[in-house]
Write a protein that binds this ligand. Structure first.
Ligand SMILES: [Zn+2]
Length: 55
């Protein structure tokens, strides 16, 4: 599992989201499934990456 800190370009709020892999992130991004939790914008960028080593 990979955790990305995502940031909305519209409202500039950030939130965390989990993905099974970096490929999954790219797929969701291309399909426009990444949506801001606050304003529903699809203009999302990833900022910080956390990789979970516990699994
Ligand atoms: Zn937003």
């Amino acid at each position: 599992m990979i955790k990305y800190k995502l940031k909305c370009k519209d409202c500039e709020k950030s939130f965390d989201s989990w993905f099974s892999s970096s490929d999954e992130y790219e797929k969701l991004k291309k399909k426009k499934y990444l949506i801001c939790h606050f304003c529903n914008s699809k203009d999302i960028i990833k900022t910080i990456i956390f990789i979970d080593n516990f699994y």
